[in-house]
Design a protein around this ligand. Sequence first.
Ligand SMILES: Cc1ncc(COP(=O)(O)O)c(C=O)c1O
Length: 393
Amino acid sequence: MARGPRRTETRIVHAGRDPKVDNGGVNPPVQRASTVLLDKAEDMFRPGVWTYGIHGTATHRALKAALCELEQAEHCHLVSSGLLACTVPIMALASPGKHILVCDNVYGPTRRFCDQTMKQWGCETEYFPPDIGADIATMIRPETCVVFLESPGSMTFEVSDTPAIAAAARAAGVATVFDNTWGAGHFHKPLDLGVDISVQATSKYPGGSADLLGGSIVTRDEDLSGRIKQVITNLGLSVSPDDAYLVLRGLRTMTTRMDRHDASGRHVAAWLADRPEVARVLHPALPGDAYHDLWKRDFSGAAGLFAFSLAPPADTKDVNAFLNALELFGLGFSWGGYESLAIPCDPQLKRTSTSPDFGGKLIRLSVGLEAPEDLIADLETGFAALAASLAGD
Ligand SMILES: Cc1ncc(COP(=O)(O)O)c(C=O)c1O
Protein backbone atom coordinates (compact mmCIF):
# COMPACT_ATOMS: atom_id res chain seq x y z
CA MET A 1 0.00 0.00 0.00
CA ALA A 2 1.41 3.41 -0.99
CA ARG A 3 2.19 5.78 1.87
CA GLY A 4 -0.32 8.64 1.95
CA PRO A 5 0.11 11.94 3.81
CA ARG A 6 0.77 11.14 7.46
CA ARG A 7 -1.48 12.30 10.25
CA THR A 8 -0.44 14.81 12.94
CA GLU A 9 -0.02 12.16 15.65
CA THR A 10 2.37 10.19 13.43
CA ARG A 11 4.37 13.20 12.31
CA ILE A 12 4.98 14.62 15.78
CA VAL A 13 6.23 11.27 17.06
CA HIS A 14 9.00 11.22 14.45
CA ALA A 15 9.66 14.89 13.67
CA GLY A 16 12.91 16.53 14.65
CA ARG A 17 14.81 13.31 15.26
CA ASP A 18 18.32 13.21 13.86
CA PRO A 19 20.21 9.96 14.65
CA LYS A 20 23.56 11.64 13.84
CA VAL A 21 23.01 14.34 16.45
CA ASP A 22 21.15 12.07 18.89
CA ASN A 23 23.79 9.28 18.79
CA GLY A 24 21.04 6.76 18.09
CA GLY A 25 18.98 7.78 21.11
CA VAL A 26 15.25 8.05 20.57
CA ASN A 27 15.27 11.35 22.45
CA PRO A 28 17.72 14.13 21.63
CA PRO A 29 20.28 15.02 24.27
CA VAL A 30 19.92 18.32 26.10
CA GLN A 31 22.61 20.43 24.49
CA ARG A 32 23.67 23.37 26.64
CA ALA A 33 25.76 26.11 25.09
CA SER A 34 26.60 29.75 25.26
CA THR A 35 30.00 29.75 23.55
CA VAL A 36 30.33 27.90 20.25
CA LEU A 37 33.89 27.15 19.08
CA LEU A 38 34.46 27.61 15.37
CA ASP A 39 37.14 25.90 13.28
CA LYS A 40 38.37 28.88 11.30
CA ALA A 41 38.33 32.67 11.54
CA GLU A 42 36.67 32.71 8.11
CA ASP A 43 33.64 30.92 9.62
CA MET A 44 33.04 33.51 12.30
CA PHE A 45 31.01 35.94 10.20
CA ARG A 46 29.75 33.54 7.53
CA PRO A 47 25.92 33.70 7.19
CA GLY A 48 24.16 30.59 8.43
CA VAL A 49 26.99 29.45 10.70
CA TRP A 50 25.93 28.72 14.29
CA THR A 51 27.98 31.12 16.42
CA TYR A 52 26.33 31.46 19.81
CA GLY A 53 24.00 29.55 22.15
CA ILE A 54 21.37 32.30 22.24
CA HIS A 55 20.43 31.32 18.68
CA GLY A 56 19.47 27.85 19.96
CA THR A 57 21.16 24.46 20.16
CA ALA A 58 20.42 21.09 18.57
CA THR A 59 17.74 20.57 21.25
CA HIS A 60 15.93 23.75 20.17
CA ARG A 61 16.28 22.81 16.50
CA ALA A 62 14.64 19.42 17.16
CA LEU A 63 11.71 21.06 18.95
CA LYS A 64 11.27 23.67 16.22
CA ALA A 65 11.15 20.93 13.57
CA ALA A 66 8.46 19.09 15.53
CA LEU A 67 6.38 22.24 16.07
CA CYS A 68 6.58 23.02 12.34
CA GLU A 69 5.28 19.50 11.64
CA LEU A 70 2.42 20.03 14.08
CA GLU A 71 0.94 22.91 12.10
CA GLN A 72 2.66 22.29 8.76
CA ALA A 73 4.56 25.54 9.19
CA GLU A 74 7.80 26.56 7.50
CA HIS A 75 9.28 28.60 10.34
CA CYS A 76 9.17 28.26 14.12
CA HIS A 77 10.49 30.56 16.83
CA LEU A 78 10.69 29.58 20.47
CA VAL A 79 10.21 31.96 23.38
CA SER A 80 10.27 31.43 27.12
CA SER A 81 6.54 31.88 27.82
CA GLY A 82 3.19 31.71 26.09
CA LEU A 83 2.70 35.40 26.78
CA LEU A 84 5.87 36.22 24.83
CA ALA A 85 4.55 34.07 21.98
CA CYS A 86 1.56 36.46 21.87
CA THR A 87 3.46 39.71 22.35
CA VAL A 88 6.53 39.17 20.13
CA PRO A 89 4.53 38.99 16.85
CA ILE A 90 2.64 42.15 17.84
CA MET A 91 5.97 43.90 18.46
CA ALA A 92 7.23 42.60 15.13
CA LEU A 93 4.26 44.05 13.24
CA ALA A 94 3.63 47.32 15.07
CA SER A 95 5.35 50.69 15.04
CA PRO A 96 4.39 54.12 16.48
CA GLY A 97 1.13 55.45 15.07
CA LYS A 98 -0.19 52.01 14.12
CA HIS A 99 -3.56 50.52 15.04
CA ILE A 100 -4.01 47.04 16.53
CA LEU A 101 -7.23 45.02 16.41
CA VAL A 102 -7.69 42.43 19.15
CA CYS A 103 -10.65 40.15 19.89
CA ASP A 104 -12.53 41.12 23.04
CA ASN A 105 -12.24 37.64 24.60
CA VAL A 106 -8.43 37.64 24.47
CA TYR A 107 -6.22 36.24 27.26
CA GLY A 108 -5.98 39.03 29.89
CA PRO A 109 -2.20 39.57 29.84
CA THR A 110 -2.26 39.96 26.02
CA ARG A 111 -4.85 42.71 26.50
CA ARG A 112 -2.73 44.30 29.24
CA PHE A 113 0.34 44.29 26.97
CA CYS A 114 -1.62 46.09 24.25
CA ASP A 115 -3.27 48.57 26.64
CA GLN A 116 -0.06 49.43 28.46
CA THR A 117 3.13 48.64 26.54
CA MET A 118 1.86 49.14 23.00
CA LYS A 119 0.06 52.31 24.10
CA GLN A 120 3.34 53.57 25.58
CA TRP A 121 4.94 52.88 22.21
CA GLY A 122 2.34 54.96 20.39
CA CYS A 123 -0.06 52.27 19.16
CA GLU A 124 -3.81 52.32 19.63
CA THR A 125 -5.57 49.02 20.37
CA GLU A 126 -9.22 48.50 19.53
CA TYR A 127 -11.20 45.43 20.57
CA PHE A 128 -13.64 43.63 18.31
CA PRO A 129 -16.49 41.25 19.21
CA PRO A 130 -15.50 37.58 18.75
CA ASP A 131 -18.60 37.17 16.52
CA ILE A 132 -17.52 39.88 14.07
CA GLY A 133 -16.68 37.59 11.12
CA ALA A 134 -16.13 39.33 7.77
CA ASP A 135 -17.32 42.64 9.28
CA ILE A 136 -13.82 43.03 10.70
CA ALA A 137 -13.24 44.78 7.37
CA THR A 138 -15.23 47.77 8.70
CA MET A 139 -12.75 48.21 11.58
CA ILE A 140 -9.57 47.95 9.52
CA ARG A 141 -7.92 51.33 8.97
CA PRO A 142 -5.01 52.30 6.70
CA GLU A 143 -2.76 52.22 9.79
CA THR A 144 -3.99 48.84 11.09
CA CYS A 145 -0.98 46.54 11.38
CA VAL A 146 -2.31 43.37 13.02
CA VAL A 147 -5.51 41.49 13.78
CA PHE A 148 -5.05 39.32 16.88
CA LEU A 149 -7.42 36.40 17.50
CA GLU A 150 -7.95 33.84 20.20
CA SER A 151 -10.57 31.21 19.45
CA PRO A 152 -12.16 29.87 21.45
CA GLY A 153 -11.52 32.53 24.06
CA SER A 154 -9.82 30.72 26.93
CA MET A 155 -12.19 32.10 29.56
CA THR A 156 -15.53 32.46 27.75
CA PHE A 157 -15.18 30.00 24.82
CA GLU A 158 -16.62 31.96 21.89
CA VAL A 159 -15.47 30.54 18.55
CA SER A 160 -14.75 33.15 15.90
CA ASP A 161 -15.25 32.77 12.17
CA THR A 162 -11.49 32.67 11.66
CA PRO A 163 -11.46 32.05 7.88
CA ALA A 164 -13.74 35.07 7.32
CA ILE A 165 -11.65 37.32 9.59
CA ALA A 166 -8.35 36.13 8.10
CA ALA A 167 -9.63 36.63 4.54
CA ALA A 168 -10.81 40.18 5.28
CA ALA A 169 -7.51 41.05 6.95
CA ARG A 170 -5.49 39.55 4.08
CA ALA A 171 -7.55 41.47 1.53
CA ALA A 172 -6.60 44.66 3.38
CA GLY A 173 -2.94 43.64 3.62
CA VAL A 174 -3.06 43.19 7.40
CA ALA A 175 -1.39 40.23 9.10
CA THR A 176 -3.32 37.96 11.47
CA VAL A 177 -1.95 36.39 14.65
CA PHE A 178 -3.89 33.56 16.31
CA ASP A 179 -3.45 32.31 19.89
CA ASN A 180 -3.85 28.57 19.29
CA THR A 181 -3.18 27.39 22.84
CA TRP A 182 -6.64 25.72 23.15
CA GLY A 183 -6.43 23.81 19.85
CA ALA A 184 -2.67 23.32 20.44
CA GLY A 185 -2.04 22.51 16.77
CA HIS A 186 -3.71 19.13 17.23
CA PHE A 187 -7.38 20.08 17.11
CA HIS A 188 -6.98 23.31 15.19
CA LYS A 189 -4.77 24.46 12.31
CA PRO A 190 -5.22 28.21 11.87
CA LEU A 191 -2.52 28.43 9.17
CA ASP A 192 -4.76 26.22 7.01
CA LEU A 193 -7.59 28.72 7.52
CA GLY A 194 -5.66 31.70 6.17
CA VAL A 195 -4.04 32.93 9.41
CA ASP A 196 -0.48 34.24 9.02
CA ILE A 197 1.03 33.50 12.44
CA SER A 198 -0.08 30.84 14.91
CA VAL A 199 1.20 31.03 18.48
CA GLN A 200 0.71 28.87 21.52
CA ALA A 201 1.74 28.54 25.13
CA THR A 202 3.75 25.32 25.08
CA SER A 203 3.42 25.58 28.88
CA LYS A 204 -0.04 24.04 28.43
CA TYR A 205 -0.78 20.91 26.34
CA PRO A 206 2.64 20.41 24.68
CA GLY A 207 4.44 20.46 28.06
CA GLY A 208 1.45 18.75 29.63
CA SER A 209 2.94 18.43 33.11
CA ALA A 210 2.58 21.87 34.72
CA ASP A 211 6.33 22.15 35.19
CA LEU A 212 7.64 24.46 32.47
CA LEU A 213 6.99 27.76 30.70
CA GLY A 214 7.34 28.18 26.98
CA GLY A 215 5.82 29.57 23.81
CA SER A 216 6.00 28.88 20.11
CA ILE A 217 5.41 31.10 17.09
CA VAL A 218 4.92 29.40 13.72
CA THR A 219 4.31 30.76 10.23
CA ARG A 220 4.65 29.83 6.57
CA ASP A 221 5.67 33.37 5.64
CA GLU A 222 9.40 34.02 5.33
CA ASP A 223 9.13 37.79 5.64
CA LEU A 224 7.01 37.59 8.81
CA SER A 225 9.38 34.99 10.23
CA GLY A 226 12.29 37.35 9.61
CA ARG A 227 10.53 40.19 11.43
CA ILE A 228 9.77 37.94 14.41
CA LYS A 229 13.36 36.70 14.48
CA GLN A 230 14.61 40.27 14.51
CA VAL A 231 12.59 41.11 17.65
CA ILE A 232 13.76 37.92 19.37
CA THR A 233 17.39 38.60 18.45
CA ASN A 234 17.31 42.28 19.32
CA LEU A 235 15.68 41.66 22.70
CA GLY A 236 18.04 38.78 23.42
CA LEU A 237 15.24 36.33 24.15
CA SER A 238 16.25 32.74 24.72
CA VAL A 239 14.80 29.45 25.93
CA SER A 240 16.56 27.04 28.24
CA PRO A 241 17.52 23.79 26.45
CA ASP A 242 16.05 21.84 29.38
CA ASP A 243 12.65 23.43 28.80
CA ALA A 244 12.94 22.89 25.04
CA TYR A 245 13.71 19.22 25.73
CA LEU A 246 10.70 18.87 28.05
CA VAL A 247 8.34 20.47 25.51
CA LEU A 248 9.59 18.10 22.79
CA ARG A 249 9.17 15.13 25.10
CA GLY A 250 5.65 16.24 25.97
CA LEU A 251 4.78 16.83 22.33
CA ARG A 252 5.40 13.16 21.46
CA THR A 253 2.41 12.13 23.59
CA MET A 254 0.33 15.28 23.29
CA THR A 255 -2.25 14.07 20.79
CA THR A 256 -3.06 10.99 22.88
CA ARG A 257 -3.35 13.06 26.04
CA MET A 258 -5.50 15.64 24.28
CA ASP A 259 -7.87 12.98 22.97
CA ARG A 260 -8.41 11.90 26.58
CA HIS A 261 -8.74 15.51 27.81
CA ASP A 262 -11.35 15.97 25.08
CA ALA A 263 -13.41 12.88 25.95
CA SER A 264 -13.29 13.53 29.70
CA GLY A 265 -14.00 17.24 29.25
CA ARG A 266 -17.11 16.56 27.18
CA HIS A 267 -18.25 13.92 29.69
CA VAL A 268 -17.94 16.32 32.62
CA ALA A 269 -19.44 19.22 30.63
CA ALA A 270 -22.49 17.15 29.63
CA TRP A 271 -22.98 16.13 33.26
CA LEU A 272 -22.76 19.75 34.39
CA ALA A 273 -25.30 20.81 31.76
CA ASP A 274 -27.90 18.61 33.52
CA ARG A 275 -27.28 20.03 36.99
CA PRO A 276 -30.00 22.36 38.33
CA GLU A 277 -27.34 24.60 39.94
CA VAL A 278 -25.78 25.34 36.53
CA ALA A 279 -27.14 28.16 34.38
CA ARG A 280 -24.95 27.58 31.30
CA VAL A 281 -22.07 25.43 30.15
CA LEU A 282 -19.69 27.21 27.76
CA HIS A 283 -18.19 24.35 25.74
CA PRO A 284 -18.28 24.63 21.95
CA ALA A 285 -18.19 20.85 21.42
CA LEU A 286 -21.51 20.41 23.23
CA PRO A 287 -24.39 20.19 20.74
CA GLY A 288 -26.59 23.18 21.41
CA ASP A 289 -23.69 25.49 22.33
CA ALA A 290 -23.99 28.79 20.46
CA TYR A 291 -20.62 28.15 18.78
CA HIS A 292 -21.04 24.45 18.08
CA ASP A 293 -21.45 24.78 14.31
CA LEU A 294 -18.36 26.97 13.88
CA TRP A 295 -16.36 24.67 16.14
CA LYS A 296 -17.49 21.62 14.17
CA ARG A 297 -16.49 23.26 10.91
CA ASP A 298 -13.00 24.39 11.98
CA PHE A 299 -11.87 22.06 14.80
CA SER A 300 -11.27 18.31 14.93
CA GLY A 301 -11.60 18.02 18.71
CA ALA A 302 -11.84 19.99 21.94
CA ALA A 303 -9.38 20.80 24.69
CA GLY A 304 -10.29 19.89 28.27
CA LEU A 305 -10.81 23.57 29.10
CA PHE A 306 -14.33 25.00 29.39
CA ALA A 307 -16.49 27.06 31.74
CA PHE A 308 -19.90 26.97 33.36
CA SER A 309 -21.99 29.50 35.25
CA LEU A 310 -23.74 28.98 38.56
CA ALA A 311 -27.40 29.95 38.48
CA PRO A 312 -28.30 33.07 40.51
CA PRO A 313 -28.45 33.89 43.34
CA ALA A 314 -25.01 32.20 43.70
CA ASP A 315 -22.50 34.97 44.37
CA THR A 316 -18.75 35.19 44.97
CA LYS A 317 -19.04 33.69 48.48
CA ASP A 318 -20.96 30.68 47.05
CA VAL A 319 -18.47 30.26 44.18
CA ASN A 320 -15.67 30.19 46.73
CA ALA A 321 -17.52 27.63 48.87
CA PHE A 322 -17.91 25.41 45.78
CA LEU A 323 -14.23 25.74 44.82
CA ASN A 324 -12.90 25.29 48.34
CA ALA A 325 -14.74 21.97 48.66
CA LEU A 326 -13.00 20.43 45.64
CA GLU A 327 -10.16 17.99 46.22
CA LEU A 328 -9.19 16.73 42.78
CA PHE A 329 -9.59 20.08 41.03
CA GLY A 330 -6.70 22.21 42.22
CA LEU A 331 -7.07 25.99 42.43
CA GLY A 332 -4.56 27.06 39.81
CA PHE A 333 -4.41 29.64 37.04
CA SER A 334 -3.00 27.42 34.34
CA TRP A 335 -4.37 24.55 32.24
CA GLY A 336 -3.34 21.78 29.84
CA GLY A 337 -1.55 19.66 32.44
CA TYR A 338 -2.45 16.13 33.51
CA GLU A 339 -4.06 17.48 36.71
CA SER A 340 -7.51 19.04 36.84
CA LEU A 341 -7.82 22.70 37.80
CA ALA A 342 -10.60 25.18 38.58
CA ILE A 343 -10.73 28.97 38.80
CA PRO A 344 -13.39 31.63 39.31
CA CYS A 345 -13.49 33.66 36.08
CA ASP A 346 -15.38 36.84 36.94
CA PRO A 347 -12.48 38.81 38.47
CA GLN A 348 -10.55 38.27 35.22
CA LEU A 349 -13.29 39.15 32.71
CA LYS A 350 -12.37 42.39 31.00
CA ARG A 351 -14.49 43.36 28.01
CA THR A 352 -14.76 46.67 26.23
CA SER A 353 -16.53 46.00 22.93
CA THR A 354 -19.08 43.48 24.24
CA SER A 355 -20.84 42.80 27.56
CA PRO A 356 -22.12 39.24 27.36
CA ASP A 357 -24.40 37.74 29.99
CA PHE A 358 -23.14 34.30 31.00
CA GLY A 359 -26.17 33.60 33.18
CA GLY A 360 -24.32 33.76 36.51
CA LYS A 361 -20.90 33.60 38.13
CA LEU A 362 -18.47 31.80 35.85
CA ILE A 363 -16.12 28.96 36.84
CA ARG A 364 -13.49 27.55 34.46
CA LEU A 365 -12.40 23.91 34.60
CA SER A 366 -9.33 22.35 33.08
CA VAL A 367 -10.20 18.67 32.94
CA GLY A 368 -7.10 16.56 33.43
CA LEU A 369 -6.35 12.89 32.98
CA GLU A 370 -8.11 11.60 36.09
CA ALA A 371 -11.12 9.27 35.61
CA PRO A 372 -14.07 11.55 34.74
CA GLU A 373 -16.29 9.64 37.19
CA ASP A 374 -13.95 10.68 40.02
CA LEU A 375 -13.98 14.28 38.81
CA ILE A 376 -17.77 14.24 38.77
CA ALA A 377 -17.82 12.89 42.34
CA ASP A 378 -15.51 15.77 43.31
CA LEU A 379 -17.84 18.30 41.66
CA GLU A 380 -20.78 16.74 43.53
CA THR A 381 -18.98 17.58 46.77
CA GLY A 382 -18.62 21.13 45.46
CA PHE A 383 -22.36 21.34 44.75
CA ALA A 384 -23.13 20.13 48.29
CA ALA A 385 -20.92 22.93 49.65
CA LEU A 386 -22.64 25.38 47.31
CA ALA A 387 -26.07 24.34 48.64
CA ALA A 388 -24.85 24.81 52.21
CA SER A 389 -23.44 28.23 51.36
CA LEU A 390 -26.67 29.29 49.63
CA ALA A 391 -28.61 28.13 52.70
CA GLY A 392 -26.41 30.38 54.83
CA ASP A 393 -24.68 27.52 56.68
C1 LIG B 1 -4.82 31.50 25.93
C2 LIG B 1 -3.50 31.70 26.59
N1 LIG B 1 -2.51 32.23 25.86
C3 LIG B 1 -1.29 32.44 26.39
C4 LIG B 1 -1.03 32.13 27.69
C5 LIG B 1 0.31 32.47 28.27
O1 LIG B 1 1.07 31.34 28.57
P1 LIG B 1 2.23 31.42 29.66
O2 LIG B 1 1.59 31.14 30.97
O3 LIG B 1 3.19 30.35 29.23
O4 LIG B 1 2.84 32.77 29.58
C6 LIG B 1 -2.02 31.58 28.49
C7 LIG B 1 -1.75 31.25 29.91
O5 LIG B 1 -2.63 30.97 30.69
C8 LIG B 1 -3.30 31.37 27.93
O6 LIG B 1 -4.31 30.88 28.66
